[in-house]
Design a protein. Structure first.
Length: 295
């Protein structure tokens, strides 16, 4: 099935992620399945962020033409998702997801969790504690890693635990990169308890450049994310072949993004620090060397 223009625009965002979504070295079947899952995850995030492609095609596909309320669109999206498992969905990206779901006997739960995370984004704009933020990541990030394990046939309880650590870390890293952008949308993903500890106010986050207290807070959260990446890294050594390289890309991408944050002195307010390709390559290589030692 050929995607329409809005679906192509959604899938095209894969090039801007911190990590490779479906790199060329994977088997074609895996690439297709991973892109199907990415298209789903990206679209639900775009609905939650109000960042759908212009023209209203996505709403039309969901039977909600003219609808702009994000919660209503998420409801329509969930209804179409359920048709992936029992019927024929209407949206092209959900129709593309259907063969992947059937091929790997994927369950609705991780897909529904991603929708619930975006519902939560409409209702919860501040997190009092790290535990509360981690619970959000359980919905917004961890399901993606579990789907990757499902597609590659490598799910075990220990791998799920390690994958959850990596995915939560990657979500925290993205939040650190996007502090200014999130605040512009009246969202803060830095725990209020940590902001209080470092004496950071919302006004501090709204400045064009970070002061010492904000930099210290970002450094603290970055170290927390790095520890999670380290906890999840044995996942890479637990698999072989091209899957090992893919997972090293995820973990290495997180490390490279954290290195980029460190390189700007933890001043994320002027804009998202991004890893360069050479730094990403070096970070992936370091993860692979560690995986060989642990494997």
């Amino acid at each position: 099935m050929r995607p329409d223009d809005s679906s192509r625009a959604t899938l095209g965002k894969a090039a801007h992620e911190n990590f490779p979504v479906a790199p060329f070295f994977l088997p074609r079947a895996w690439r297709d399945d991973l892109m199907a899952v990415y298209g789903y995850a990206r679209l639900v995030d775009d609905i939650g962020d109000g960042d759908l492609a212009p023209g209203g095609a996505d709403a039309r596909h969901l039977g909600a033409e003219g609808e702009t309320d994000r919660l209503a669109l998420l409801d329509a999206f969930e209804a179409d998702l359920r048709r992936v498992f029992d019927g024929v969905p209407s949206h092209p990206l959900l129709r593309a997801l259907r063969p992947t779901v059937r091929r790997h006997a994927l369950t609705p739960e991780p897909f529904l969790a991603l929708i619930e995370a975006n519902r939560q984004d409409q209702l919860v704009r501040r997190y009092e504690t790290y535990d509360g933020l981690a619970a959000y990541c359980e919905l917004s990030a961890n399901p993606v890693g579990r789907l990757v394990l499902g597609i590659t046939g490598t799910t075990t309880p220990e791998r799920v635990r390690r994958s959850d650590a990596v995915c939560t870390a990657l979500q925290i890293v993205e939040h650190l990169q996007d502090v200014a952008e999130d605040l512009a949308h009246d969202r803060i993903y830095l725990p209020a308890e940590d902001m209080e500890r470092f004496r950071v106010t919302e006004a501090d986050l709204a400045r064009s450049t970070a002061g010492a207290s904000v930099r210290a807070l970002i450094a603290y959260e970055a170290e927390r994310a790095r520890r999670l990446l380290d906890d999840g890294t044995p996942l890479v050594g637990s698999v072989r072949g091209r899957l090992r390289l893919l997972l090293a890309g995820f973990v290495g991408g997180g490390h490279a993004a954290l290195d980029a944050i460190t390189a700007v002195g933890h001043d994320v307010l002027p804009g998202p620090p991004r890893a360069t390709r050479p730094n990403l390559t070096r970070a992936v290589g370091a993860v692979l060397r560690r995986a060989r030692g642990e494997g």
